[in-house]
Design a binder for this molecule. Structure first.
Ligand code: SF4
Ligand code: SF4
Length: 86
């Protein structure tokens, strides 16, 4: 549940298409989804899996905010105590 009255807006920062592992897509932690375009928009938007459809901007997006995608991904992983495989 979100805090009353607070709406979170997706800034299309791309972090949620890089940081989490998404089993449906065979995507490992910290690995850029192959469907994520250079502009950080989904190139398979109409065909994207349900898990992507269900994902919505929330408080996390603000907590991981940083100037670069790399930093946002690092913040996301750190927040969950996760580390990308190298
Ligand atoms: S992390 Fe949040 S703000 Fe960034 S693209 Fe995903 S939903 Fe949007
Ligand atoms: S399929 Fe699209 S929305 Fe889903 S993780 Fe990949 S780029 Fe993001």
């Amino acid at each position: 549940m979100t805090a009353a009255g607070k709406a979170y807006e997706c800034t299309k920062c791309g972090a949620c298409c890089v940081a989490p592992d998404i089993s449906t897509l065979g995507k490992a932690l910290g690995v850029r989804c192959p469907n994520l375009g250079p502009d950080n928009l989904c190139t398979a938007y109409e065909q994207r899996p349900q898990v992507c459809r269900d994902y919505a901007a929330d408080e996390l997006c603000e907590r991981i905010a940083a100037p670069s995608l790399e930093e946002r991904v690092a913040n996301y992983l750190a927040l969950f105590g996760l580390e990308a495989r190298r």
